[in-house]
Design a protein around this ligand. Sequence first.
Ligand SMILES: Cc1cc2nc3c(=O)[nH]c(=O)nc-3n(C[C@H](O)[C@H](O)[C@H](O)COP(=O)(O)O)c2cc1C
Length: 368
Amino acid sequence: MTISDTSDAPGIDVASTNSPAFHIGPYAVRPLRPAMPVLALAPMAGVGNWVFRLICAQLGARLVGVEFINCRLVHQTGQRMARLLDFSDADVYRRTGISLLAAQIYGNDISMMAAGAAELERRGAQVVDINFGCSVPQIIAKGSCAAYLRDLPRFYEAVRATVEAVSVPVMVKTRIGWDEDSINIVEVVERAQDAGAAAIAIHGRTVMQKYDGLADWDWIRRACDNADVPVFGNGDVRTYEDALAMSERTGCDGVMIGRAAMANPWIFSGRLGASLTERIELAIEQVGWMAQYKGERVGVQETRKHLVLYFRDLERGSAERQRLLTTATLGELLEFLEQWRDSLQQDEERDLGLTVAEATRLAWGGTG
Ligand SMILES: Cc1cc2nc3c(=O)[nH]c(=O)nc-3n(C[C@H](O)[C@H](O)[C@H](O)COP(=O)(O)O)c2cc1C
């Protein structure tokens, strides 16, 4: 079932701030609170659905990424594509100003990509993002995504054609270069902004690195020093402290967070984690919305990866963990979560930051 009415969507009550803004095209983007960096949810395939975007926006993500969409499939009908292209959460962001929806396109045919971008705009995207970072070999072999980093005239042409095809701002998401010996992010930024990009997100790894090693924040800093448009730094932000450190060390305008947000969406509120009660309450809300959105079976199944992360401090053999992992029906899962919440006498703040091993495990497939 596709939900198009977002009027009773999960909470949208986010305090505004008068802190200085930067602009993405016509939009002024401000941090959630003074002295916080602007935080954004990175686009993540299989994660950045309507429900999770709203949750992150509600918790303070000022821009939310949609999972990437192939320009050849964008005009297809069918339930899967209809869900991917359901940007009705953007209605909430328009109404409240709490966030911006950035829908991401990719492809190897520039005119099809531009046409696909126009379709994303028609569907309600507030920003169109182009994926120039995905390092999956089969995708690069077809000349899509990170393949453009080896041919900057083609990269420029793709950005320019997309900018011309839409009236919303276009941003690009990329990596620092193809490999260690060909890091070209400073030139990539220059070309992107010359072609009309309104913002740039940089994952501080090379394409060849996939998710290995560390994101190189020094290259993000160099890119920021040379950029005339806002830059989102991305890569290896596991806690809110890391976000502050990235912002300080690179001078980036915003910090984009991927894997850590899956375990700890409270990171967008500047928090290390949340109390057990809060986590259970979010789980109840999320699984309920996901079941409405994707149907009971898929909704429960897809929420489970978040639940495992939200409650990863549970002991392996504990009864709660067992129930979380095995309960198949929505009714039973909700009943268990509600009973668990009610049984808690008191709770405490806990750190939900990801460990390095968990972050690495989550980076399956090298999708970005
Ligand atoms: C499960 C998963 C799916 C991803 N899907 C996309 C995607 O669709 N588009 C994209 O540009 N990047 C994608 N990425 C890459 C992230 O946006 C991000 O650049 C990367 O995870 C590094 O940031 P992090 O260290 O905060 O996770 C994906 C990453 C993960 C872990």
